[in-house]
Design a protein around this ligand. Structure first.
Ligand code: KG4
Ligand code: ZN
Length: 339
C-alpha cells in the first residue's frame, strides 16, 4: 500500500501544496502573493485573505499534477508554526477539514524543521544522497537566521541564532532604502553580479559565540547612503550594482564566518542550507568554494526548495507518519512554535 502525504504550507506569503508518495515528491505547487510588493513587505491581513483564495485551487492542482485522487491521500501534513497567525489558521483549518472529510490522520510540522528536512525530499528520477546525522544546517530566511545541530529527523538543537534581524530581513530592508522592490534579496542578488564587492565597507557585528546580528550592518548601510547623498543625490542610482555587491558580500561573510566557527566547535563537517536566502547565488558559490578548501561536505538544495514550499512539509510529514506521530483535531496553529 502506497503512503501518499498531502503537505500544506501557509506560514507567511506563499500558499503551497505538495504530494509525496513513499518519500518521493510527485508535485509541489506554490502560489506567491504579489499583493505585498506595493507595501515593501508582507501585510499579514492581506496574506491570510490571499491564502483563503489560493488554498483550494493550489491543493487541487497539486493533486492533479501528482496524478493522485483525493481518496488516495493517506494523511495530511500541515505547517503549524512558526509564522503569521492569520496565515497559519488558513492552512491548519484546511488540513483539518480535509482530514475530517477523508477520515484520515493529520500531521503537524514545524516550518523550520521542514526547511531543514527539505534536503530529504527528492523528485522522482532525481533521487540523490541524503546528509548523514549529525549534520549542521544554516537556516537563513526572512524570519530566521540560525545554525541548527541536526541529530535526527526531529531531534534538532539551535546552536546559533540572530539576536535582532534575520539575514533575509537585512537584504529586504536595505533593498527598501535603495528603492528596490520586495522581496529585496533576489533583486540585490541580480545587481550584485555586475558590481564590485570591495567598493564599500560596512560594519560587521562583534557578537560572541555562534549568534548573529544584522541591525548594525543595516544602520551602517543606511548612514553610508545618507552621507553620500548629501554631495550626490543620484548616488544610489549611480552605484546600485556596487552597493548591492558590497552589501551581499558582507552578509555572506558574516554567515560563513559563524558557520566555520560552528564546524570547529562541533567537529561536524556535513552541512546543509535552507530558507529563502539559501537561494542566493553568491552564498551558494561561497559555500561550495569554502567546502572544497576546508573539506566540508555541503548539500545545497535546488532553489525552488529553499524558499517556502509544501514539498518540505509533505516530506517531513512522511517521516512523522513512519514514526506514527499524528496530530489531534483540537490542535491549533502556533505562531511561535518551538522545537
Ligand atoms: O524562506 P522564505 O521564502 O520565507 C521565510 O522568511 O520564511 O525566505 C524569504 C526571504 C526574503 O527575505 C528574501 O529576500 C530572501 O528570502 N531571498 C533571497 C534570495 N531569494 C530569496 N535573499 C538573497 N538572495 C536571494 N537570491
Ligand atoms: Zn520559511
Amino acid at each position: 500500500m502506497k503512503v501518499n502525504i498531502l503537505g500544506i504550507e501557509s506560514s507567511c506569503d506563499d500558499t503551497s501544496a505538495a504530494v509525496v508518495c513513499d518519500g518521493i515528491l510527485l508535485s509541489n505547487v506554490i502560489a506567491s502573493q504579489a499583493v505585498h510588493s506595493a507595501y515593501g513587505g508582507v501585510v499579514p491581513e492581506l496574506a491570510s485573505r490571499a491564502h483563503q483564495q489560493n488554498i483550494v485551487p493550489v491543493v487541487d492542482q497539486a493533486l492533479k499534477q501528482a496524478g493522485v485522487q483525493r481518496d488516495e491521500i493517506t494523511a495530511v501534513a500541515f505547517t503549524r508554526g512558526p509564522g503569521l497567525l492569520g496565515s497559519l489558521i488558513v492552512g491548519t483549518s484546511f488540513a483539518k477539514g480535509f482530514a475530517l472529510a477523508g477520515n484520515i490522520p493529520m500531521i503537524e510540522v514545524n516550518h523550520l524543521q521542514g526547511h531543514v528536512l527539505s534536503q530529504f525530499v527528492h523528485e522522482k528520477g532525481k533521487e540523490s544522497e541524503n546528509p548523514k546525522f549529525p549534520f549542521l544546517t544554516l537556516l537563513v530566511s526572512g524570519g530566521h537566521t540560525q545554525i541548527i545541530l541536526v541529530k535526527d529527523y526531529f531531534d534538532m538543537e539551535i546552536i546559533g541564532n540572530t539576536i535582532d534581524d534575520a539575514a533575509g530581513e537585512a537584504f529586504d530592508k536595505c533593498a527598501k532604502v535603495m528603492g528596490l522592490g520586495y522581496p529585496g534579496g533576489p533583486i540585490i542578488d541580480k545587481h550584485a553580479h555586475q558590481g564590485n564587492r570591495d567598493a564599500f565597507k560596512f560594519a560587521k557585528p562583534l557578537i560572541q559565540g555562534l549568534n548573529f546580528s544584522f541591525s548594525g550592518l543595516k544602520t551602517s548601510f543606511l548612514y553610508t547612503l545618507r552621507d553620500k547623498m548629501i554631495d550626490n543625490p543620484k548616488f544610489i542610482d549611480e552605484n546600485i550594482d556596487d552597493l548591492c555587491a558590497s552589501l551581499q558580500y558582507t552578509i555572506i561573510d558574516i554567515l560563513i564566518t559563524k558557520l566555520d566557527k560552528a564546524v570547529k566547535q562541533t567537529g561536524i563537517r556535513e552541512i546543509t542550507i535552507g530558507g529563502g536566502v539559501a537561494a542566493n547565488s553568491e552564498l551558494r558559490d561561497t559555500l561550495v568554494e569554502t567546502a572544497k578548501r576546508k573539506k566540508w561536505k555541503v548539500f545545497i538544495p535546488e532553489r525552488k526548495y529553499t524558499t517556502d514550499n509544501a514539498a518540505m512539509i509533505a516530506g517531513a510529514g512522511y517521516y512523522k507518519y513512519l514514526k506514527g506521530e499524528f496530530a489531534t483535531m483540537d490542535l491549533g496553529p502556533d505562531a511561535r512554535l518551538k522545537f
